[in-house]
Design a binder for this molecule. Structure first.
Ligand code: HSE
Length: 435
């Protein structure tokens, strides 16, 4: 029977980048970890479907049968790091059913099954740690659960996918193509196994689901999030955004209002004077506005071996010293998710148009008929493109904030003009002041 001062015995499922980092951090920082935890934390078992004899497991047992780990008699906690959904979910459930706490970095499983898993953990009286699931090494889960616990959180906005941020930064800074920047992000180990999860916004939506649940005390509502990725962002749009005083960032935004909560993930023009506009490369940042604390900003590496391991080990230390609590029962409040067409946003519009007199006036008239005011516009002669016999130029407009439904109607009307010769590009603009 383990005693209070006996080691916390850890079983790790998975032997990828993060798992190797956890083994390394527990070994290299063992003295300080033991001091803080009040007892040693030791990896006793590792299970991974693929054996990796080159990895030094510091004396832990190894098995290729991952299903045996949750009930293994020599572990006190399961650390789930295999990723994916189905097997990971059943491993977490088995450990909780066996009365063992779980630490996981699995944002996909939490976003889709977080409510059931929290209920199960609550019923079993064990904790479910997930610091590593959102924004890698940034302790943002802890900030929401502890540091900001006395606040009504009004909104959260974050750069929470390192791969998207890496790609957009490389494109904006050095004019790299989307494809080259993505290949680099994959080579550097930032991207998910299926990089479409990164570039189409799914990974960020998983993380925003978890953040929203903690920030607003709501259920995990992944399927109701409006999700857009960055595959449509071009060098041309990054250039125009720059000329207008903005940078394009891929943001997750969740805002509480009397009507419910907006939850959305999409490329966003952010004023270049805003701190988030300067979060570059693979770095992540989460800005949280609480009604007492005001704005607080959390910045750091959102992916990678040691940053993610740092978060997993923090959860293990909490467990070892007895401060990791089971989730509260029936914690979720029923808050409606506001449909995206009712959301209020300013928009950037790039309208490829024939270079003929009166086109800009026609576009402006249609916008005003839909009660949309123009904040800024660019139409420059040097932007002329020539295709077949006709010259065309992009009309670039930033609107004032307006209900999205009106923008959708106005864009459809402008798109139907005979002078509009290509697909209109539409990107939201947010000054991140909470309005
Ligand atoms: N693929 C993720 C990212 C890794 O790029 O941010 C961390 O979740």
């Amino acid at each position: 029977m383990p005693t209070v001062s006996s080691p916390l015995r850890v079983g790790i499922c998975g032997l990828g980048t993060v798992a190797r980092g956890v083994v390394r951090v527990l070994r290299e920082n063992s003295e300080i970890i033991q001091l803080r935890a009040g007892r040693p934390i030791v990896v006793t078992e590792v299970a991974s479907r693929r054996a990796r004899p080159e990895v030094d497991l510091a004396g832990a047992g190894f098995s290729t049968d991952v299903t045996s780990l949750p009930n293994h008699p020599e572990i006190d906690v399961l650390v789930e790091l295999i990723g994916g959904e189905d097997t990971a979910l059943s491993l977490i459930e088995s450990a909780l059913m066996a009365g063992k706490p779980v630490v996981t970095a699995n944002k996909a499983v939490l976003a889709r099954h977080g409510d059931e898993l929290q209920q199960l953990a609550s019923k079993q009286g064990v904790s479910l740690g997930c610091e590593a699931a959102v924004a890698g090494g940034i302790p943002v889960i802890s900030a929401l659960e502890h540091g900001l616990a006395g606040n009504e959180v009004e909104w959260v906005a974050g750069i929470i996918n390192g791969t998207c941020n890496y790609i957009l930064t490389a494109m904006a800074r050095s004019g790299q193509s989307f494809e080259t920047a993505l290949a680099d992000a994959q080579r550097l180990g930032y991207a998910e196994a299926d990089p479409t999860f990164d570039i189409e916004g799914v990974d960020a939506a998983h993380k925003l689901t978890i953040l929203s649940s903690l920030a607003f005390g709501m259920d995990h509502r992944f399927s109701e999030i409006h999700v857009e990725g960055i595959s449509g962002v071009t060098l041309e749009d990054l250039g125009y955004a720059g000329q207008l005083g903005y940078r394009i960032k891929h943001l997750g935004i969740a805002r509480r209002s009397a009507a419910g909560v907006e939850i959305r993930v999409h490329p966003t023009l952010v004023p270049e004077t805003h701190l988030l506009a300067h979060v570059d490369g693979v770095m992540n940042a989460v800005l949280i506005h609480g009604n007492a604390a005001g704005d607080t900003l959390y910045y750091g590496a959102g992916a990678g071996e040691l940053p993610s391991a740092s978060a997993v080990v923090a959860d293990l230390i909490d467990l070892a010293r007895g401060t990791a609590l089971p989730p509260a029962a029936n914690r979720a409040v029923d808050i409606p998710v506001i449909p995206i067409q009712q959301n209020v946003s300013a928009h950037y519009l790039r309208i490829p148009s024939s270079d003929r007199p009166g086109v800009f006036a026609r576009v402006a008239t249609l916008l005003s008929e839909h009660e949309i005011s123009i904040e800024a516009a660019i139409q420059r002669a040097q932007a002329i493109h020539t295709e077949s016999e006709e010259h065309w130029v992009p009309i670039v407009i930033v609107t004032q904030p307006v209900i999205e439904g009106k923008v959708t109607e106005a864009v459809a009307a402008v798109q139907a003009l005979p002078e509009v010769v290509g697909e209109i590009v539409r990107i939201r603009v947010d000054d991140l002041d909470g309005h």
